[in-house]
Write a protein that binds this ligand. Structure first.
Ligand SMILES: Cc1cc2nc3c(=O)[nH]c(=O)nc-3n(C[C@H](O)[C@H](O)[C@H](O)COP(=O)(O)O)c2cc1C
Length: 233
């Protein structure tokens, strides 16, 4: 890929390096500045996400983005529901305890977050408070709620995941940060009501996004990856 540099010279950009940088730079951010994303930038990022592939090109995702007053209202009602122990109403059953090494990976990620935020393992109140921040979408100025049609199955859910990663990488490429959040689907009934979405669509998960607050302790947490592929032939 060649781009015209300011001086008019042609600079060679290695696309693989650019993509790898973006993939490494994206991480779950759990502390945001209050500044909203400018509308034209948000529109551009949404258009980039829409380029995601899908089974038979059905593009089964519908993304609802809350900002401003709608974001404040949503975080207030979701936080209140979670804090008061209101019965959860997920559209898709929640995964139970992870088995074996999957559980190990979950624990490692949680340990990193608790170490970063100085939450002790035995401090149940602090852990609860940390979990409840999910429902305020970590004070991000925006949250996306991702729905798929009620008829959809696992394939369409996978399509939606592709959309989500495209969206998050597009955010990263534009200096923005995000955190995918299954927690935002726990009280689906409330989300449906707030957004006016009927039962012909099901809520899969949400994504908090905005500008990272680099000073927030949660944002120094880091995760690692195992090698998990098998080459044949
Ligand atoms: C579909 C999905 C749902 C997630 N749900 C949550 C969530 O509810 N709360 C949270 O803090 N992180 C959530 N995460 C973030 C993961 O914990 C995170 O991606 C993982 O630990 C790897 O860390 P990284 O994103 O910083 O690379 C979710 C991620 C995905 C892809």
């Amino acid at each position: 890929m060649a781009t015209a540099a300011a001086a008019g010279a042609v600079e060679q950009v290695n696309e693989s390096d650019v993509l790898e940088d973006l993939l490494r730079e994206r991480r779950s951010v759990r502390g945001f500045k209050k500044d909203p994303v400018p509308a034209d930038l948000l529109e551009r990022v949404m258009e980039m996400a829409q380029l995601a592939p899908s089974n038979c090109n059905v593009q089964p995702w519908t993304a609802h983005v809350v900002s401003g007053d709608s974001a404040e209202r949503m975080r207030t009602v979701l936080h209140e529901a979670a804090k008061s122990g209101t019965k959860m109403t997920p559209d898709f059953p929640l995964t139970g305890a992870y088995p074996g090494h999957y559980r190990g990976r979950q624990i490692d990620a949680a340990k990193s977050l608790f170490a970063a935020t100085n939450v002790a393992r035995e401090d149940v109140a602090a852990r609860t408070e940390s979990f409840l921040r999910n429902f305020r979408f970590f004070d991000a100025p925006h949250a996306m709620f991702l729905f798929i049609p009620a008829w959809a199955g696992m394939r369409e859910a996978a399509d939606c995941g592709m959309y989500a990663q495209s969206f998050m990488l597009a955010l990263t490429a534009n200096g923005l940060a995000s955190c995918a959040q299954g927690a935002l689907s726990h009280h689906a009934e409330i989300v449906h009501r707030e957004l006016g979405v009927g039962d012909d669509h099901k809520l899969l998960f949400g994504i908090a996004f905005g500008y990272e607050d680099a000073a927030h302790p949660a944002n120094s947490a880091r995760t690692v990856r195992d090698r998990d592929h098998v080459m044949h032939g």
